[in-house]
Ligand binder design. Structure first.
Ligand SMILES: Cc1cc2nc3c(=O)[nH]c(=O)nc-3n(C[C@H](O)[C@H](O)[C@H](O)COP(=O)(O)OP(=O)(O)OC[C@H]3O[C@@H](n4cnc5c(N)ncnc54)[C@H](O)[C@@H]3O)c2cc1C
Length: 346
């Protein structure tokens, strides 16, 4: 079953990366015919990387390239917010805590004055729900940080794609892909000048892209209502793994905590019992646990690469959402301008 129409671009997967690619191309190629194909009924569905209402963003001390991307992305988000009159970035401070010999703290020490570092007592005083902070911990606030309203962002991008007359097909699973051709499970075949695969953590599974460098793993987060005494947003690197938390839900009235990395519910629960004991029973009994998935390529973040003429964008691990507007731009620059791959394979 061959579709007679030829597209300028087909994007497979409509999570944060795919929507960004589809939209950015449409703004750069007037009149381009663009098709987006998504296996689920919505972007950011259960089990995908873009699931949920909120994501964190923050300036990262000691990471110049990341911060260059950070500034570029912030600018692009601002333009989108102004154009759509929608708040997507909700600025608030991020509390970072951990041991002084850990990388982020070591790097921060080079930039942040000593007096801005917080003792464990001070952290507990400011955020009374946080208890049992080890004596050798330190912490600091990153002021240039906030929450991305990820669900809002996906909706805004979907609307912008529709305004650009991009054809978005949901409930459509792609089963076969090559340089200029894509086949869906109902047997339809679509042709295009360019095919971009933005299937995120499913990249290996679908397109024989699996190799030992590519890792895709399940992640979980606990969503609950009682946020009294908790920081608006935090990251802690501890013996339980990297724990993150922030306000959540449409109106940011809920809270969520997640353990990032190899999924391990025992460690996440141990952290909850230890660090926020006054709420632990309620969280562990009543919170909703959501499953998402992310992927990365060992030693790399943000992979934009071409294999056998097919273009792939994936591997953002726990950092990709904030850079949503940039994904489309980088893929476009890589593909059509063949310019310097400033952010590729960092
Ligand atoms: C728990 C968690 C916490 C995170 N925290 C942060 C954070 O604080 N800050 C931040 O910036 N980022 C964060 N991230 C990372 C960010 O969310 C991801 O990098 C981003 O969502 C990746 O989007 P994606 O489009 O690559 O993947 P996805 O959102 O998974 O999109 C891929 C899409 O492809 C579709 N698909 C797959 N196979 C097919 C097929 N065969 N045919 C058609 N469609 C297909 C899927 O259904 C899916 O919709 C976090 C991620 C997770 C999981």
């Amino acid at each position: 079953m061959e579709s007679s129409d030829r597209y300028n671009l087909i994007v497979v997967g409509l999570g944060c990366a795919g929507l960004s690619v589809a939209h950015y191309f449409s703004t750069q190629m007037e009149g381009a015919k663009i098709l987006g194909l998504e296996k689920n009924s919505i972007s950011g569905d259960l089990g995908t990387s873009s699931l949920g209402h909120s994501r964190l963003f923050n300036y990262t001390p000691g990471f110049p390239l990341r911060n260059e991307m950070y500034e570029d992305s912030k600018k692009m988000w601002k333009e989108i917010e102004e154009k759509t009159q929608t708040e997507i970035l909700h600025y608030t401070t991020l509390l970072y805590l951990g041991r002084p010999d850990w990388r982020l703290i070591k790097d921060a020490k080079k930039e942040i004055p000593e007096e801005e570092f917080l003792s464990p007592e001070k952290i507990s005083e400011m955020y009374p729900a946080f208890e049992n902070i080890p004596e050798d911990y330190t912490g600091f606030h990153i002021e240039d940080a906030g929450i991305i309203k990820s669900k809002v962002a996906l909706q805004v991008y979907t609307d912008m794609c529709q305004e650009q007359d991009i054809e978005l097909k949901y409930n459509t699973t792609v089963t076969k892909i090559s340089k200029n051709e894509v086949q869906t499970e109902d047997g339809a075949i679509y042709n295009a000048d360019h095919v971009v695969v933005a299937t995120g953590p499913f990249t290996g599974e679908h397109f024989e892209h699996e190799d030992e460098e590519f890792v895709s793993m399940e992640q979980e987060f606990y969503e609950f209502g009682d946020k009294e005494g908790l920081p608006t947003m935090f990251q802690e690197d501890s013996e339980f793994g990297s724990m993150l938390g922030c306000l959540d839900n449409e109106d940011l009235l809920q809270y969520k905590v997640s353990r990032h990395g190899d999924i391990n519910r025992t460690d996440a629960e141990a952290w909850i019992r230890h660090r926020i004991p006054s709420k632990a029973e309620d969280i562990l009994k009543n919170s909703q646990i959501f499953q998402a998935r992310w992927c990365f390529r060992k030693g790399k973040h943000f992979v934009y690469e071409t294999k056998n003429g097919v273009h792939y964008t994936y591997g953002f691990r726990g950092n990709g959402f904030f850079y949503m507007p940039l994904h489309g731009k980088v893929v476009f620059d890589t593909l059509l301008k063949k310019g310097p791959l400033k952010y590729a394979l960092i």
